[in-house]
Design a protein around this ligand. Structure first.
Ligand code: ZN
Length: 302
């Protein structure tokens, strides 16, 4: 089965925070034990946004890749490249600060193999405004240009952390569906980072994608979550008609707490078992585990 995860902060944890590998939620062994076929590693621009040293942070993250490459986990550029039984990783960006110095930076990051990029993290930047803080302003003029350039070069536009007005601008002003790499359902947990049913319905209507985040405080208002709670969010997207656009966006190594029973990448099979117990067919589980993401990339890259 092809299993994909669309967000983790493992390169930040390894390359910037210098956390020992054995303390991480994602390690080469855990990816192999969990049967994770394609793990997305984010190049996060850091907590200070464009007030931080973004270039140095990204270089530190890129320099951590050999920990996985030397364990036989190669970088891929598209989920269609991943062979059965293989463990690979895909690069993403989390923070459009890397695109602030000019539109040509989008192609530069694309050339590095960056396949998806979150327009921002929790700081406002030249592209738009975060969900955190509640701004009602949409994307900037430059932000719309960046989104269109990303779509032109085949880089998935990731709306996780983006505010609602910016999210709706992508649908109103550009031509390809975005994704949300690590977001949950606001109908089940009221956190500002979560997606409303109206947002989810747009992703469903236009063939976008959502990877459900494993962070307990995005899953449950009290922060009480088990692997079952993750399955409930997946169920909710399916009930809205999104069985073909939902998957996993763990946020491993970027979260300090995890759901009981889903503590690290080796536990992903427990989530598949939850879906089985809920009556999902093997085909439906394979879709959620990774085939939906493959189909999304076919839609945006043609
Ligand atoms: Zn994030």
């Amino acid at each position: 089965m092809f299993i994909a995860d669309t967000h983790s902060d493992t390169l930040w944890a390894l390359g910037v925070r210098h956390i020992p590998l054995q303390e991480l939620m994602i390690t080469p062994d855990r990816l192999k034990d969990g049967g994770v076929s394609m793990q997305t590693f984010a190049l996060w621009t850091g907590p200070k946004g464009n007030r931080g040293d973004v270039a140095a942070i990204v270089q530190g993250e890129l320099a951590a890749r050999p920990v996985f490459e030397q364990a036989g986990i190669r970088q891929v550029d598209d989920p269609s490249e991943v062979k059965e039984g293989e463990n690979t990783f895909l690069l993403s960006v989390e923070g459009g600060e890397v695109f602030e110095s000019g539109i040509s930076t989008v192609e530069e990051y694309r050339a590095l193999g960056v396949a998806m990029a979150a327009l921002l993290w929790n700081n406002e930047n030249a592209i738009g405004y975060p969900a955190k803080g509640g701004s009602t302003q949409g994307l900037t003029v430059y932000g719309v240009q960046v989104v269109k350039e990303m779509q032109r070069v085949g880089m998935a536009v990731d709306t996780s952390h983006l505010n609602e007005a910016g999210f709706y601008d992508i649908f109103a002003k550009t031509n390809l569906p975005p994704m949300a790499s690590h977001s949950c359902c606001k109908a089940l947990c009221g956190h500002s980072r979560n997606l409303t049913d109206d947002q989810l319905k747009l992703l469903i209507r236009d063939g976008g994608y959502v990877g459900i985040n494993f962070y307990p405080f995005f899953l449950n208002d009290g922060g009480q979550a088990t692997v079952e709670t993750v399955a409930e969010h997946i169920d909710h997207v399916c009930q809205l008609g999104g069985a073909s656009i939902v998957g996993f966006g763990s946020d491993f190594d970027g979260i300090e707490e995890t759901p009981a029973g889903l503590e690290n990448a080796a536990k992903v099979p427990a989530l598949l078992d939850c879906l089985r117990k809920r009556g999902y067919s093997e085909d439906a589980i394979a879709a959620i585990a990774g085939e939906n993401l493959r189909a999304y990339f076919r839609r945006i890259r043609g």
